[in-house]
Each structure stands twice: as C-alpha cells, then as structure tokens.
Design a binder for this molecule. Structure first.
Ligand SMILES: Nc1ncnc2c1ncn2[C@@H]1O[C@H](COP(=O)(O)OP(=O)(O)OP(=O)(O)O)[C@@H](O)[C@H]1O
Ligand SMILES: [Mg+2]
Length: 246
C-alpha cells in the first residue's frame, strides 16, 4: 500500500516557541489513522502545519506523491487534503447550506457543487432538513456535522479531523464515529485526532501517540488498544471493551 500522507521530522511552532520537535507519521491510502496524546502535546499544531495553516520550520510532508510542505492552505486543499479544525467553528449568522458551500471554494462547476452537497446530505440527513436554518441555532453535534460536511465539500482524497467527538453527548459521539467509518468505507483516507482513545483505536487501523511534539509510540490500533503503556496512560488502565466495536 502506498502512503497517502507521509510526514518526516516535522519541526514547527508559533513565533519563537518550538512545539513540533521532529514528528514523523504516515497514513496509508484508504486507511484511518488516529493521532492521540495529552493536552498541549502538539496534535493540532501537527495538523495545522500539514494543512498549511502554519508554516513548517523543517521536515518534509509528502501528500499523494508530492511535497506539500510550505504550500498555501488553498493550494493544499486543491491537491485534495482538507483539515477540519478543532472547536466546531462555523459562521452562526449563515445558514447550514451557506456554511457548507464555503468548503467548496475550490469547486468551479455548479453541477459538482450540487453533487457535493447531496453527498454531504447523504452522510448527514439532518443537515438537509436544516439547510436553510442559521448555524447559530444548531446543537453541538449538528455543528460538528456542518464542519465535517464543509470539509467534504471539495471532495478531498484525505480529511484530517481534529477532535470530532469533543464535547458531544454519547449518542452523538457514536453517530459521528459511524459516519467517519462510512466516509472511510467510501474511499477517503482519514487522520483523526481524538481524546476518545478507545473509540479512535476501535475505528482506526493504526495509531500514533504524540508527546512533547514527537511521536512517542505507534502501532496497529488493535495491538495498541491492548498495549499496557497506552492502557495505563490513556485508557484508564481497564481492559478494552471489545463490545464497543462499531
Ligand atoms: N496560536 C498559538 N500561538 C502560540 N502558542 C500556541 C498556539 N496554539 C497552540 N499553542 C501552544 O502550542 C502547544 C501545543 O498546542 P496544540 O494546540 O498543538 O496542542 P494539542 O495537542 O492539540 O492539545 P489539545 O488536546 O488541548 O487540543 C500548547 O502549549 C499551546 O499552548
Ligand atoms: Mg488540539
């Protein structure tokens, strides 16, 4: 299998503060990979450096066979790599459909825009019902759906999700994870940052743990879920509940 995304020795940060200290990871084509780690360890920074929202200081990022490090975020979106940022950011005074369409700024044809909208509504039917509603009136779960849907609007090859299940009710978390599973089954490559370690490892094929801006642990997700270091640090020391499998 060829890697869709390969990050090598990535260094970066904000101003003069270095956060990423040589992080390397790889996401195979069609795979879901999970990026785990404690608060402030550099997970979001790694995604932002990959999607071009911040400029990497050193290291290489290869996406779909071509170098993308240092490119502008819109160029990276055009290449087919999209990031859904942490924190469910959407414009509250715009409708659901207007917010979704913002994700299609690289799509020129109206027919392709309409097809992309229908695909998003297929994943999130509730958004179709609420398409003319202002985004400010949505629940947290629906807002997260808008953010993921907006990311899908440019029909990317790969999507990076930053804590898609954060601060959502348990049933909504399940719904979001099931939809990520569907999106992956339909052919999308996924890199997902998650605090919900157990769910992330049940969904993903491969896991990475970042600590102090470097990858500290990695492995196949089904091995990692039984790994004592991961269990003790991130799974509360309990045996993984296989019943929770999607
Ligand atoms: N825009 C910024 N300017 C300066 N420092 C920042 C900025 N964003 C993040 N940081 C700092 O960089 C470090 C890593 O932050 P990052 O957001 O990558 O962590 P994270 O692993 O995503 O954590 P969380 O689980 O809280 O989302 C933290 O110390 C944070 O305070
Ligand atoms: Mg973060």
């Amino acid at each position: 299998m060829a890697a869709m995304l390969e990050i090598s020795d990535l260094v970066g940060g904000y101003g003069s503060v270095q956060i990423l200290n040589g992080a390397s990871l790889k996401v195979e084509t069609g795979q879901i990979a999970a990026l785990l780690g404690g608060n402030g360890t550099g997970k979001s920074t790694l995604l932002k450096a990959t999607s071009g929202l911040i400029k990497p200081w050193a290291g290489t990022i290869t996406f779909d066979g071509e170098r993308i490090d240092g490119l502008r975020p819109d160029t990276i979106v055009r290449r087919g790599l999209v990031q859904v940022t942490q924190g469910k950011e959407a414009f509250p005074a715009m409708t659901v459909e207007e917010n979704l369409k913002l994700g299609a700024y690289v799509v020129r044809s109206r027919a392709r825009m309409a097809a992309a909208l229908e695909r998003v509504y297929g994943y999130f039917p509730v958004l179709k019902d609420k398409r003319r509603q202002l985004s400010g009136t949505l629940s947290g779960g629906q807002l997260q759906m808008v953010c993921i849907g907006r990311g899908l609007m440019s029909s990317p090859k790969m999507i990076m999700l930053d804590e898609p299940s954060a601060a959502l009710a348990p049933q909504v978390v399940m719904e979001i994870f099931r939809t990520i599973h569907r999106i992956s089954r339909d052919g999308m490559t996924v890199l997902m940052v998650e605090q919900n370690v157990r769910m992330a490892l049940l969904l993903a094929a491969y896991g990475y743990v970042i600590k102090d801006g470097v990858i500290h642990l990695e492995g196949p997700a089904d091995k990692m879920i039984h790994d004592d270091n991961v269990r003790l640090s991130y799974l509360g020391g309990t045996v993984a509940n296989r019943e929770a499998r999607l």
